[in-house]
Design a protein around this ligand. Structure first.
Ligand SMILES: *Cc1c(COP(=O)(O)O)cnc(C)c1O
Length: 452
C-alpha cells in the first residue's frame, strides 16, 4: 500500500464539490426567459433569435450575426457563404472536432489537413502554407482548446494566396489574440454554443461576419423564412424562397432566450474562470513535468479555458504515461476531473479520403477533386498531431474562483508528482491515452467527467 489513493493510500478529497464544476450557471432571468417563450406560443419564431443576434454581433464587434440550430450548421453555412463550392479544397487543422470541416463535403469540396504547432496545439502556419494548392479556397482556423491561433501569420499566408479565412471559435468565445477578439480576424467566424462549451446555450450556434454577401448567402442556404428580408424578389422569385442548402438552420427560440441571458453574464463568468484557473496554476509553479499551455504575447488570453490542456513530460515522471498519471489524480480527488489526450487527428479517418458517402461509386473526396487525386496524398503524415496525445494532460475546469475548493486539486497534483514512483508498477502505457470524436463532458454518477 502506497501513499497515493490509486495504490491504496488516503485520497486528498472524499466529497465532490458540485458547485465548483456545475455548468452552466442558471439564474432566474434564464428561467423567466425560457418560460416566456414557452408560454408565448412562438417557439419557432425568429423575433427573440434576432434580438440575440443583434446583441451577439455587438458583443462580438461584427456587423452581422446569424443564429443557427447548432455550431455544425453555422460552420457549413459559413463555408457556403464564403463561396466554397465544387472542386474546392479547404485546409483545416487536423486536431479539432469534426464539425470544423466535414460540412465542406456537402458542398462538393474536399478537406486537406495540416499539422499543429507542438507548443500551442494550434494550426502550424508552415504546415498550412505547404498544403495550399491552386484549388485551395478557404482556411479554417480553430482556436483549439481556448488558445488563440497564430492569426498574424495565418492571415498573412491567406492574403498572400488570396484565400478566405473562417474562424471556428467554438472553444474560445470571447478570447483575444494580441488584444483583438477572436472571431474578428477571418472573413467570417462560426461557433458552437452547445451546452458544454464555455458560452453555453444549448443546441445552438452563431455565424458572424462583416460581409453582407456572406450573411445573405448564409440566409439563403438555410433560413428560408428570412430570404425575402435580404434578397430582392427578382433574385429568388423562381425558387420561391426555398433554401438552396436544403436545410433548416433556425435556432429554437428557447435557446435564443437563454443565449441572451448567458451573454449578459458571460464576460463576468469568463473572468472568474480565468482567475480560478490561474490560481490553480500558480499553486503548481514549481512542479516539474507539467507545463501550462498559455499564450505568451501581450493581451492574448485563454478566455473560458474550454478543455484546457497542459504539456505532460513522461520523462519527468519516470516514463509513467499521462493516462496513468491522470487516473492517479482522479483517484485523489474522487471524480473524473483530470483528463488526457485530445481529439484524434481527423486526417487518420478514411472518411476524408476513401469513403463513398454519396454513392458516386468512387471515394467522395477523390470524386470531388477535379483531377481525381486523393486529398490524403496532400494531407500526408502529420507527425506532430499524431504524436501529441500522450504528451497532454487536461486540467480540471473550475467555474468559480473558490480557493478552498480548488486547493485539494493543487494538492492532488503535488502529491502524485512527488510520489510518481508508486505508479511504475501499474502503468498501462501510452496506449491507454484516450482520443475521441468529441471533447465531451459526460456526467458520471452526478460527477462532471471532463473526458474526450
Ligand atoms: C462543438 C464544436 C463544433 C460543433 O458545434 P455543435 O454545436 O456541437 O454542432 C464545431 N467545432 C468545434 C471546434 C467544436 O468543439
Amino acid at each position: 500500500m502506497g501513499k497515493l489513493a490509486i495504490t491504496g493510500g488516503t485520497p486528498v478529497q472524499t466529497s465532490y464539490p458540485e458547485e465548483l464544476f456545475h455548468w452552466p450557471v442558471v439564474n432566474d432571468a434564464m428561467r423567466r426567459a425560457q418560460l416566456e417563450v414557452l408560454e408565448s406560443g412562438n417557439m419557432s419564431g425568429t423575433d427573440i433569435a434576432e434580438r440575440f443576434e443583434a446583441e451577439y454581433a455587438k458583443w462580438q464587434g461584427r456587423r452581422y450575426a446569424l443564429s443557427h440550430n447548432n455550431g455544425t450548421s453555422a460552420l457549413t453555412a459559413a463555408m457556403y457563404g464564403l463561396g466554397v463550392s465544387a472542386g474546392d479544397e479547404v485546409v483545416c487543422t487536423t486536431l479539432t472536432y469534426w464539425a470544423s470541416c466535414i460540412g465542406a463535403l456537402q458542398l462538393g469540396a474536399s478537406v486537406v489537413f495540416c499539422d499543429i504547432d507542438p507548443e500551442t496545439l494550434q494550426m502550424s502556419p508552415e504546415s498550412l502554407e505547404s498544403k495550399i494548392t491552386s484549388r485551395t479556397k478557404l482556411v479554417i482556423v480553430v482556436h483549439y482548446m481556448a488558445y488563440p491561433a497564430d492569426m498574424d501569420r495565418i492571415m498573412a499566408i491567406a492574403r498572400k494566396h488570396g484565400l478566405k479565412v473562417l474562424e471556428d471559435v467554438s472553444h474560445a468565445h470571447g478570447g483575444h489574440y494580441k488584444g483583438r477578439m477572436l472571431g474578428t480576424f477571418g472573413d467570417a467566424a462560426a461557433m458552437s454554443l452547445m451546452s458544454q462549451k464555455s458560452l453555453a446555450v444549448g443546441e445552438a450556434g452563431m455565424l458572424v461576419t462583416d460581409d453582407l454577401e456572406v450573411y445573405r448567402r448564409a440566409i439563403r442556404y438555410g433560413h428560408y423564412d428570412r430570404i425575402s428580408t435580404l434578397w430582392k424578389p427578382e433574385e429568388y422569385r423562381g425558387t420561391k424562397e426555398l433554401p438552396v442548402g436544403g436545410v433548416k438552420n433556425r435556432m429554437h427560440q428557447c435557446a435564443a432566450a437563454v443565449g441572451r441571458e448567458q451573454l449578459r453574464k458571460y464576460d463576468r463568468e469568463m473572468r472568474e474562470i480565468d482567475a480560478a484557473m490561474k490560481y490553480f496554476w500558480a499553486g503548481l509553479d514549481d512542479v516539474g513535468g507539467l507545463r501550462i499551455i498559455y499564450p505568451q504575447e501581450a493581451c492574448s488570453d485563454k478566455a473560458g479555458w474550454y478543455a484546457s490542456r497542459c504539456h505532460y513530460d513522461p520523462a519527468a515522471f519516470g516514463g509513467v504515461s499521462s493516462a496513468t498519471f491522470m487516473k492517479a489524480l482522479n483517484a485523489e480527488v474522487g471524480h473524473f476531473a483530470f483528463s488526457n489526450g485530445c481529439n484524434f487527428p481527423l486526417h487518420l479517418s478514411t472518411l476524408f479520403t476513401d469513403e463513398d458517402i454519396y454513392g458516386y461509386g468512387a471515394p467522395t473526396a477523390h470524386f470531388f477533386r477535379k483531377d481525381g487525386s486523393n486529398p490524403g496524398d496532400v494531407t500526408g503524415r502529420l507527425p506532430v498531431a499524431e504524436g501529441i496525445m500522450p504528451l497532454l494532460l487536461g486540467e480540471p475546469w473550475f467555474k468559480h474562483d473558490d480557493h478552498r475548493l480548488i486547493n485539494p486539486y493543487i494538492e492532488a497534483v503535488r502529491k502524485v508528482a512527488a510520489n510518481f514512483q508508486e505508479l511504475a508498477g501499474i502503468d498501462e502505457g501510452a496506449d491507454a491515452a484516450v482520443g475521441g470524436v468529441a471533447l465531451s463532458h459526460r456526467r458520471q454518477g452526478g460527477k462532471e467527467a471532463s473526458a474526450l
